[in-house]
Design a protein around this ligand. Structure first.
Ligand code: AMP
Length: 273
């Protein structure tokens, strides 16, 4: 596995590859969720590039940028063992200049839900993802459904800017009890972990109600809120796959979303129905 920190070197590496390239962008502290994306990329492409970069521009002031878990040594081993061809780990100074052009997420879909609770977060996400896609020019880029709104906004950017990468949505990987894997789960104490489980429990309840025939979003959201009451809920919302709010669940075109704080840890989860 080749390790690169300089963006121009990555461009050079990329330009030598004639075959298909899969790309998996991450912020590191790799877990089975990331590994599932990496494995899929390796299976579906001749070469796989993984990036690890804790992108400062997607963190708001007061968020956990400094505390964000960093495990670079074990991440490198994980990538090597998985069979990654190239690991890109830029520094802030090499990938950003002092006077950057502004990338703005769409004013509606980039500023609801996650974007409402973290205003400007998606500007930073799209800024770094656009840079990374331009550097790696991947045939396929792999993103988790765990970050559903991020995935939607990236698909939307690729379409609007006529980028030639195919964005591949990947299933959410969970612990056996249902907790969605996240690098931020390491923040949770034993008792907080029990409350964190309520996110997936509320989503399971919602799917059960839908299977039983319930379609009214308000009723479903109300029952989810009851389950989530020990946590500090930021939102519970049902949207279609284009992130329009729904009044009634549309089977095969809905995403049930939840964001809540457990102690100091902010968690998100969702279910595609
Ligand atoms: P992150 O390192 O948190 O920025 O995540 C990098 C990529 O991994 C994103 O596309 C995430 O959606 C994806 N990801 C994170 N957690 C999971 C999970 N539990 N299952 C599947 N994909 C995930």
């Amino acid at each position: 596995m080749i390790q690169i920190t300089n963006p121009n070197e990555l461009q050079e590496y990329r330009n030598y590859i004639q075959e298909s390239v899969g790309f998996v962008p991450t912020m590191g502290a790799l877990h089975e969720g990331h590994i599932s994306l990496i494995k899929r990329s390796i299976k579906e492409n001749s070469k796989t590039i993984v990036s690890i970069f804790v992108n400062p521009t997607q963190f708001l002031p007061g968020e956990d940028l400094d505390a964000y878990p960093r495990k670079i040594e074990s991440d490198i081993k994980i990538c090597e063992l998985a069979g990654v061809d190239c690991l890109f780990m830029p520094t802030i100074d090499t990938i950003y200049t002092k006077d950057e052009l502004a990338i703005k997420a769409p004013s509606i879909k980039g500023y609801i839900l996650e974007g409402y609770n973290r205003p400007g977060h998606f500007d930073g996400v799209l800024q770094i993802v656009l840079k990374l896609l331009n550097l790696t020019k991947p045939t396929h880029a792999y993103f988790g459904k765990k970050d559903a709104q991020q995935l939607f906004l990236i698909q939307n950017m690729v379409k609007q800017l006529y980028l030639s990468t195919n964005i591949v949505p990947c299933e959410i990987i969970r612990e056996s009890d249902g907790l969605a894997l996240s690098s931020r789960n390491v923040y949770l104490s034993n008792t907080e972990r029990k409350d964190a489980l309520l996110l997936s429990k509320s989503l399971k309840k919602a799917t059960k109600l839908i299977i039983e025939g319930e379609r009214e979003c308000q009723k479903i959201q109300h029952q989810m809120m009851e389950i989530l009451s020990p946590t500090a809920v930021e939102y519970v919302q049902i949207v279609d796959r284009d992130f329009n709010y729904l009044e009634e669940v549309l089977i095969d075109n809905s995403i049930i979303l939840v964001a809540a704080r457990v102690g100091k840890t902010r968690l998100i989860d969702n279910m595609w129905v």
